[in-house]
Write a protein that binds this ligand. Structure first.
Ligand code: ATP
Length: 142
């Protein structure tokens, strides 16, 4: 099966630079499955899970959102923050979830939109980590 280069970059690091068979990603224009030699496009990336198929298995990347550029021989994702499923600290995400829920329960004198986004990030991280452990998923070591 043919491959294309996937680079995932955050302000802090190059998370990934590897050949992949396909990615499935949520963009401003809807969910896209991107294969090698896809026509060029640019789109915003919605917060959530990116599914990545490598020649030796699949993996999941959590992102808080960003930008996607697709060229026939390269996919680039510029993300505000991103982690491979194996890099997610589940206890930290659970703590962030509890913190956000407590803030939302107070309601008065808090920034509700900010707390809701923090809660969504925590839930997306928990979902990403859990998807990597589903039966039948062959997560590769990287
Ligand atoms: P927290 O309140 O736990 O810091 P957050 O949602 O505010 O969570 P972000 O601002 O989205 O965190 O990310 C800040 C940095 O911390 C990024 O580099 C991100 O990849 C990393 N990060 C955040 N939460 C986790 C986690 N649960 N596991 C691994 N890395 C994380």
């Amino acid at each position: 099966m043919s491959t294309t280069l996937l680079e995932v970059v955050t302000p802090e690091r190059m998370l990934l630079s590897e050949d992949v068979n396909m990615i499935i990603i949520r963009t401003g224009g809807g969910e896209l499955g991107i294969l090698p030699r896809h026509t060029a496009l640019a789109a915003t990336v919605k917060p959530g899970v990116i599914q990545v198929r490598f020649p030796d298995g699949e993996d999941f990347i959590h992102t808080t959102g960003g930008f996607l550029q697709v060229l026939p021989d390269k996919i680039t994702i510029l993300a505000d923050a991103a982690e491979l499923a194996s890099q997610i600290d589940l206890e930290r995400a659970e703590r962030a979830k509890t913190r956000a829920e407590q803030r939302l329960n107070q309601r008065d004198s808090i920034d509700v939109a900010r707390a809701e986004m923090a809660l969504q990030r925590a839930l997306n991280r928990i979902e990403t980590a859990q998807r990597a452990h589903q039966p039948g998923t062959r997560v590769t070591n990287r």
